[in-house]
Each structure stands twice: as C-alpha cells, then as structure tokens.
Design a protein around this ligand. Sequence first.
Ligand code: ARG
Ligand code: ZN
Ligand code: CA
Length: 242
Amino acid sequence: VNGVLEIPVVFNVLYRTTAENISLAQLQSQIDVLNKDFNAQNSDYNTANNPYSSVRANVGIRFVLDQVIRKSTTKTSWGTNDAMKKSTQGGLNPTSPTTKLNLWVCTIGGGILGYAQFPGGSSATDGVVIDSKYLGTTGTATYPFNLGRTATHEVGHWMNLRHIWGDATCGSDLVSDTPVHNTANYGVPAVGHRSTCSGTPLEMYMNYMDYTDDRGMYMFSNGQKSRMLAIFAVGGSRASFR
Ligand code: ARG
Ligand code: ZN
Ligand code: CA
C-alpha cells in the first residue's frame, strides 16, 4: 500500500419513490461516517467505561465518493438475492468492482438493514447493499440506525470480518483480541455486560461487528484491523484495490 489505502466508492441508487432517491448530501454523510469510523475520528471513539479501549484500532482506510448512478424502478423491495446488482433484473451492474467499492442503495425489505459479499466471491456481485432508510445520517436515515453504522458493519464484512459472536453460541470470529459472545447483542447493552461463555469475559458489544444500535457501537479492534488489511496486501483477495 503506497501510503494510506484509499477506496473509491460508487453508489448505485435504485428508487421507486422520490424518498428512495436519496440526496447527494445523504450519500456524502455516509462517506463521512466511514472515514470517521475507519480512522478513529468518530465522536464516540472515546466513550467512557470502555473495557476494551486498549485494543481500539485506527484502521487507516479512506473512502472517496467516486460516482453516483441512479435508476428508477417499479420494484417495492429487492430482497437479498443480488437482483439489484444485475441490469437484466432491473438493477445496476457494478462499476469496476475490482478497483471500486460498489454500494447499492435500495429498499431491501424483510427487516434487513444491509448485507455484504465477503472477499473471494464473484466480482459481478461484489460490494455491499444498504437499505436507503439506514444509510448516512440525514434525509431518510431512521433511528436507531441513523448514524451510518450499517455501512460500517457491512464494509467490515466486505473486508473479511465475521460477526463478533461467530454466528454460533460462543462461536469464533477468527480474531484473537475480541472476546467470546453468547450471541448477538441488540439495543445498547449495559456497561459491564458479560458473556456466559468460557471465562465469562466482558462482551465487546461496542464493536461494529455486533448487532447493537448505531449509537452503541464505536470501535474495531486491532485484531480486526489486521484481518482487514491482510486482504489488501500483496497476494490478498482484494490486492487490486492497492
Ligand atoms: N446485517 C445486519 C442486518 O441487516 C446489519 C446490522 C447493522 N447494525 C447497525 N447497528 N446498524 O441486520
Ligand atoms: Zn453482519
Ligand atoms: Ca474473538
């Protein structure tokens, strides 16, 4: 990586209603959140009583708004089968997916806030999808998911991070400095909340890879940072972004 890794972002906005055709200001507010969250510049980074402050990471990846592509549609919801990524199904094909992060903005439905493709998949469907009601911090962004953390979480997946509970009871996220969690946390857990898994550690519910509300999550760990940067290194599955 020559200096700081900079990721160009292409927004693919699919809208039926005028509300779904979200403003450039709302899209830019999401870029701003990603830049704060991935550079330890988020205002809640120094939240008091964080038992994991010593493993907080400045990931050091920048995001740049590259282009916005908009398309009107008659679909009321898109689901999670990647139709929004295919022009043959009324969606938008990704633009330069091996060098740019494609982010689809549409109504997903089914209570899904967003979803992402892990590294190593087909470039034709690579990127992340965020429901327009949970993107950025202004316009149609809806509480308690109105601080742009859905994209922070999904971009974490796109950079190879697993859920902090490892998608299993007391499962593993393949990161050594994050504690074992029973399962996903919702809302904003109380300070001191512990896992009942082996060792009963304090849970890292303030991690972006939990399911906490946006205002309750504010950090990646150093181990997660290493895992993310590894895919952009020479020989890594996203080395084409360097
Ligand atoms: N994939 C998760 C979902 O759709 C996203 C969770 C994001 N969490 C958040 N606080 N924004 O439910
Ligand atoms: Zn997730
Ligand atoms: Ca762990």
